[in-house]
Design a protein around this ligand. Sequence first.
Ligand code: FAD
Length: 496
Amino acid sequence: MTTAPKPVRRVVIAGGGTAGWMVAAGLSKCLGKHYDIRLVESEEIGTVGVGEATIPTLHLMHEILDLDEREFIQATQATFKLGISFENWRNVGENYFHSFGKTGKGHWTAGFHHFWLEGRKRGLASDYGDYCLELRAGLDNRFALLPDNGINYAYHFDATLYGQYLRRFAEDLGVQRIEGKIAKVHTDAASGDVTGLQLDGGALIEGDFFIDCTGMRALLIGETLGVPYESWSHWLPCDSALAVQTTLVGEPVPYTRSIAHPWGWQWRIPLQHRVGNGLVFSSQHISDDEAKAVLLANLEGEVLRPPRVIKFTPGQREVVWKKNVVAIGLSSGFLEPLESTSIHLIQKGMTRLVELFPTDGIRQSDIDEYNQQAREQIEVIRDFIILHYHVTHRTDSAFWRQCRDMDVPPLLKHRIQHFSDTARIMLRQGELFAENSWVQVMMGQGIVPASHHPITRNMDDRNLADFLNDIRKDVARTMMKLPKHQQFIQGFCPAP
Ligand code: FAD
């Protein structure tokens, strides 16, 4: 006879970084009335303290929480983000922009880039970026909120301030914060379930369901339940990062800069009050000290705090939900911040948990569904990140030659070949990055498709020229009406 699963009432979140507080805010907003939610964190251990660039999906998180955008921007010193400028990635001295939003207008048979490729062949098309508002506005340092989602944007924000903001939100909804260092994780001898977290001073925090947000330490899912970590270092050779904050020089631009180096890349994330900078690099190709010297030599503004080294292994836990523990955030896995996807994955972890919440007890079918979705989501993002490294013309260092020569996951290999042959991108349901993203990065990294969709040949020269010119003029007109980014922020959130 099978026994009925035990209902879940007491939820314990271990860790209060961005993951812990996003989960606390989301669960308390969606399910809070029915559960006792507690969060344990240690000020002495602190948080990873990075993670400041986001993607537009964060709007959904803020809609769920019903946050006021102005208040959020003021509280986190946020700026707006329209995309990422990739510099030196295809080759030294060659740049491209991966923007949010859409480029041009397509047809159900073929995306806009097919028409652009045909236009370029006939000498009728200008630069691909001329057909994308977010791209043009980004590079011209302009921004405004437009009606009907007329501009697709995300934010850069201060990670520490964001954590504090969400903490106030969650505590207002009844989440109880407990300060303390988890010294021991108790488990039930028979079932192996986690039963409680024992703090340094001896206090025991008991629960029915635990969310591991302890960062790379992975105290519950890794150390206690022993779920193995699957490394993706053979595809993503960077394993180290250096982070440093500087003063702002000039006005903040509405995009992240990603500047490739011979052994990794550098980020620059402008906020209202300072700039977040860092390097992501491969320790096989450069030492920490050399990387630090390069970073310090390539900064604008004054250093506010000395650089910190962060070591990581790109990859994912074999499962992220086991028994009565779900891992969300860095405890579940890590993909380097090239496309700013980690906060998005935290958000997906939270919303998926709300959808599959084991109110009436934990069932293996919910666990399997959660784990399957988590794996599918991270694997396509992983492939998109590998694409940036693998498709490059750079041969100037052992690092880039290794990235060019490596074997990539089968689906990515197929996608690169398919796009190179036909300009086609066939997405699977639920993928994070849309066709516009794949096209911008594939072409930006240097792929020139050998052919494109024949439907484009149905347009004669005049039709095609008019079609392309109308879009380009519309983008240019709208862009010129936008205020400068800094001017918009000052008007939207006047200093108190
Ligand atoms: P942490 O911030 O490490 O929090 C762990 C929490 O657990 C802390 O509160 C800590 O005190 C607590 N804890 C740990 N052990 C104990 C214990 N024994 N007792 C009590 N408490 C404990 N993501 C993006 O989306 N965009 C970016 O631009 C981006 N940039 C990044 C750059 C780098 C270099 C790195 C490494 C990551 C970046 N990320 C980015 C990822 C992002 O920083 C993380 O996903 C996010 O901060 C979540 O971290 P976390 O909350 O899982 O872990």
